[in-house]
Design a protein around this ligand. Structure first.
Ligand code: XMP
Length: 516
């Protein structure tokens, strides 16, 4: 699905910050997408990019297995911006020379601009210096013919270059990171000045284009979608519903392992504000039966996953012939990550437990070009309630993996009560949106306490709150003591069966965010 009139294509050479380049460009309301560096030139031409960005990357251009894109991209008549490795590759492919530098430049550096046009339009030449972010061990020693230096830094005589006749520019620094204070200006000058793009890629235009595409693809067929209460599936459902109305049916499987009120607000929204058909299945009893006596984390996950598929399939089967499954896959899941040193590029697909293959369904993934924050923006534009949009991530197996040991209705009840208190206090104090996830975990041990005059022997609840950007790594949140104290007091006072609360101060790695 890409019906964007203007787009900047980023070729990925494996940099950690490639996604950031795409985000920064999209923040300027110009659509951009990431492709592997070795994309076929015919395919690249067919995309009719308004501009091409060559990303950074960990390799050296003179390595025998260095990632190299087809130099014919310089003949497409399209502006090209090379960043770090991309700049070095541009120089090498066009006749310059790159060598190992005597001094690596890593971190903040000072840039002196020698020419204020092009990507440096609006900026000042020496003696003004600009802070930029560098991260390179190689450097450009000889510029390719036709290029002149437009900026220098302490260790880079060619910190930036421009071609005298063609719209080719190269920067050794990283304009996409916040430490490059002129980064946005540089990117803006490239996309609007050199590429002549227009800032018209907005959520509004995205909705219009996507609705048209979905209608075209779906025709008169039926679509199903698994609604989970989370942001991605809710926004997917809202968007597909806008496109094809009641040809879409959503199936919400309550596995009995949800937080209190977790999905109700979303279901209420769809029922009251749209004509979306939602089949709401309460399978609590079934899941609890399946989980009886099971304490092993992997076994729990397997049974919960299997149960979901079974029920979803049964319900979908009652709808007659369905051709499509709508799914909230996001952009970070579909970008082909580029990995070097003998390893092939990896492409990861996230399907609902292999459902599309099993049920012979074609996928509709209207969010597959979007980042999470863009999905939130889209959700707001579609009128979804804020509390649904800013909900913290919640795992598919739900509270099942937050109850250590066997899951029973009683233990679920204890955890839910504790969890509500955590959420209430996090929201009230303004911390809910500041952290990545915050929740309670019910431990399988009992400890001695004293309440009133009596000895107690009750459960322990662990609090988990983490800061993260993408859940790949996470730090425990430094929540204020008084907030921790309030949560602990309330849980011990209000939740029967709990007499101790502890705070989890482990980071990921080596711990994970969830306890199971
Ligand atoms: P971990 O515990 O691996 O979790 O650090 C990373 C992120 O993934 C979420 N998570 C899941 N989400 N199904 C999901 O949809 C799962 O089985 C699952 N397990 C973990 C977790 O909440 C965190 O955001």
């Amino acid at each position: 699905m890409s019906e964007h009139s203007e787009k900047i294509v980023i070729l990925d050479f494996g940099s950690q910050t490639t996604q950031l380049i795409a985000r920064r460009i999209r923040e300027q309301k110009v659509y951009s997408e990431i492709h592997p560096y070795n994309i076929d030139i015919g395919q690249l031409r067919a995309m009719q990019p308004s501009g091409i960005v060559l990303s950074g990357g960990p390799a050296s251009v003179y390595d025998h297995d260095a990632p190299i894109s087809d130099p014919a991209l310089f003949d497409l008549g399209v502006p090209v911006l090379g960043i770090c490795y991309g700049a070095q590759l541009m120089m090498q492919q066009l006749g310059g020379r790159v060598e190992k530098a005597a001094h690596r430049e890593f971190g903040k550096a000072e840039l002196t601009i020698l020419y204020t046009g092009g990507i440096f339009a609006g900026m000042e030449t020496a003696p003004t210096k600009y802070q930029v972010w560098m991260s390179h061990g190689d450097r450009i020693e000889v510029a390719a013919p036709g290029f002149t230096t437009t900026a220098t830094s302490g260790h880079s005589p060619f910190a930036a270059l421009r071609h005298e006749q063609k719209p080719f520019v190269a920067v050794q620094f990283h304009p996409e990171v916040v430490h490059t204070l002129i980064g946005n200006d540089v990117l803006r000058n490239f996309i609007f000045g050199l590429c002549k793009c227009h800032p018209d890629w907005t959520m509004h235009s995205f909705i219009d284009a996507t609705v048209r595409e979905i209608r075209k693809k779906v025709g008169g067929e039926k679509v199903i979608c698994a609604l989970s209460g989370g942001v991605d599936s809710s926004v997917t459902a809202a968007l597909v519903n806008r496109a094809v109305g009641d040809q879409l049916t959503c199936i919400y499987v309550n596995n009995g392992l949800m937080r209190t009120g977790e999905s109700e607000s979303v279901l209420r929204f769809f029922r009251q504000k749209t004509d979306l058909q939602v089949i709401d299945i309460d399978a609590t009893t079934y899941f609890l039966e399946q989980l009886r006596g099971v304490a092993d984390p992997e076994e729990k996950r397997k049974r919960i996953g299997y149960g979901f598929i079974k029920i979803f399939e049964e319900e979908a089967g009652k709808l007659g012939k369905v051709k499509f499954l709508a799914q909230g896959t996001l952009y970070p899941d579909v970008i082909e990550s580029v990995v070097f040193h003998g390893k092939a590029p990896i492409k990861s697909h996230h399907n609902v437990g292999g459902l599309p293959e099993r049920m012979h369904l074609e996928l509709i993934e209207p969010l597959r070009e979007l980042f999470k924050d863009e999905v939130r923006e889209l959700g707001l534009e579609l009128g979804l309630p804020e509390e649904a949009i800013y909900r913290q991530p919640f795992p598919g197996p739900g509270l099942g993996i937050r109850i250590m040991g066997e899951i029973t209705a009683e233990r679920l009840n204890v955890l839910r009560q504790a969890d509500v208190i955590v959420l209430e206090e996090m929201k009230k104090s303004g911390w809910y949106r500041k952290v990545w996830q915050s929740f309670a975990v019910l431990l399988p041990i009992q400890t001695v306490g004293v309440m009133g005059d009596g000895r107690t022997y009750e459960n322990v609840v662990a609090l988990r709150s983490v800061d993260s950007r993408d859940a790949m790594t996470a730090d425990w949140s430094q929540l204020p003591y008084d907030l921790l104290g309030r949560i602990s007091n309330r849980i011990i006072n209000e939740v029967h069966g709990v007499n101790r609360v502890v705070y989890d101060i482990s980071s990921k790695p080596p711990s994970t965010i969830e306890w199971e």
